[in-house]
Design a protein around this ligand. Structure first.
Ligand code: 6MZ
Length: 381
């Protein structure tokens, strides 16, 4: 079942065969992919066929699921990032039972990691993230167990899990998710990090601090969605940065002053606050050779274009980071609504303007390597 081509497919279609071969041959890390946003459309259709609100104990009608599927096939058209979250109630209804979640997880892992027989896998290493969800059929622990069982069929050098906490969560919910992430990690399971995600206009970020610091202290990596919209304030960015995340998701509207801090290579007075909760001093692994804090930016080109947070590739904030040789990793975010793939995002780097950024192969090789280096698990290349 085809979806209408998005920016990534158009860029890929514009490339010569040997360019595509070059992109395929790179070792690539996918470090920012949300499980429920990455389910292949065919799997969504399969799950929708088996779906019934009464059996699934959900309030989402068949008609609402069908409408969301139509939107996904014809290409979601969004006015801003916040519009995007209306897609998830229907997707969540389809993955509310363990069997369906297992089917979805298996399909997502295969789509990123399996060799399709002719073209090789999309990426070399995947850090997939998901928000543990309590449903009428599963506890949050069951949810994570279901996902981890599928993930652990792959070697540790190929796949690992990041536990997401949603901005809308209550103090108790955050605590439960972080406890589970620590518990799974400490029992040797494949949990490597914590992610802060969800509608960027919702939630009280202060209540996350103590939980996030606990996760870091337990040795989990930290990535946060930050400054995704113009309405996210510099104060909020400062708070999230005081946790010293290892990686930052999007960082589209981070202030020029904060960017200057990242790009500084000589000692200067720092605007970056330190956490003052007294619990622990947050350490970041993301430092350069001189010990300066350089969090890797997770760049999701198609996502930014389709959410209209960036109006063109020429105007994309990736240029600032490239110019300053700041670490970035190229990611998909949500393959399903953004009609993309890991290869497609790399095609956006290589394709000539205006379809792509028109970077040369050397730069793209360097970007791919930076991505592998930013993994929480540090797989060997
Ligand atoms: C912020 C996003 C996102 O966790 O149920 N999510 N949060 N910004 C984005 N970019 C536009 N894309 C996805 O996957 C779906 C959840 O991931 C978060 C949202 O909270 C969404 O509900 P999981 O597997």
């Amino acid at each position: 079942m085809l979806q209408i081509a998005g920016p990534a497919a158009l860029a890929l279609a514009s490339l010569q065969a040997d360019d595509v071969h070059f992109l395929r041959s790179l070792s690539k890390a996918e470090l920012h992919a949300h499980l429920n946003g990455s389910i292949p459309i065919n799997t969504i259709l399969e799950l929708a066929q088996q779906y019934s609100p009464s059996i699934a104990h959900t309030t989402v009608e068949d008609k609402a699921v069908a409408k969301t599927i139509e939107r996904l096939k014809s290409g979601v058209s969004l006015n801003e990032v916040s519009d995007f979250f209306y897609l998830f109630p229907a997707i969540y209804a389809l993955t509310s039972a363990p069997q369906a979640l297992q089917t979805a997880t298996c399909a997502v892992l295969q789509s990123f990691l399996n060799d399709d027989g002719t073209n090789g896998p999309q990426c070399t290493y995947l850090e997939l993230r998901t928000t543990p969800r309590e449903t009428p059929h599963m506890t949050r622990e069951d949810y994570l167990e279901t996902v981890l069982i599928e993930m652990e069929r792959y070697p540790a050098t190929q796949a690992a899990l990041i536990v997401s906490v949603d901005r809308r969560m209550s103090d108790m919910d955050i605590e439960e998710c972080v406890n589970l992430a620590i518990k799974f990690k400490n029992s040797g399971r494949r949990v490597v990090g914590i992610d802060l995600c969800g509608d960027p206009l919702k939630g009280d970020m202060q209540i996350f601090t103590k939980h996030i610091l606990r996760a870091k202290e337990a040795g989990l990596g930290l990535t946060v969605h930050i400054a995704e919209t113009t309405k996210n304030t510099p104060e909020e960015s400062q708070l999230l940065l005081s946790w010293r995340p290892d990686r930052l998701g999007h960082a589209t509207f981070i202030s020029e002053e904060l960017k200057d801090e990242f790009f500084a290579d000589t000692p200067q007075q720092t605007m970056l606050p330190e956490c003052d909760t007294g619990i622990t001093k947050p350490q970041a692994r993301a430092s350069d050779a001189n010990g300066w804090y350089k969090p890797c930016i997770e760049i999701c080109l198609s996502s930014n274009l389709l959410c209209k947070s960036v109006l063109s590739l020429d105007a994309h904030h990736i240029h600032d980071y490239l110019k300053n040789d700041h670490p970035v990793v190229i990611c998909t975010d949500d393959v399903l609504p953004f009609r993309t793939s890991c290869l497609g995002e790399y095609a956006l780097l290589l394709a000539q303007r205006p379809l792509g950024l028109g970077l040369d192969r050397k730069d793209i090789e360097r970007l791919a390597k930076m991505g592998m280096d930013a993994a929480f698990l540090r797989p060997r290349t």
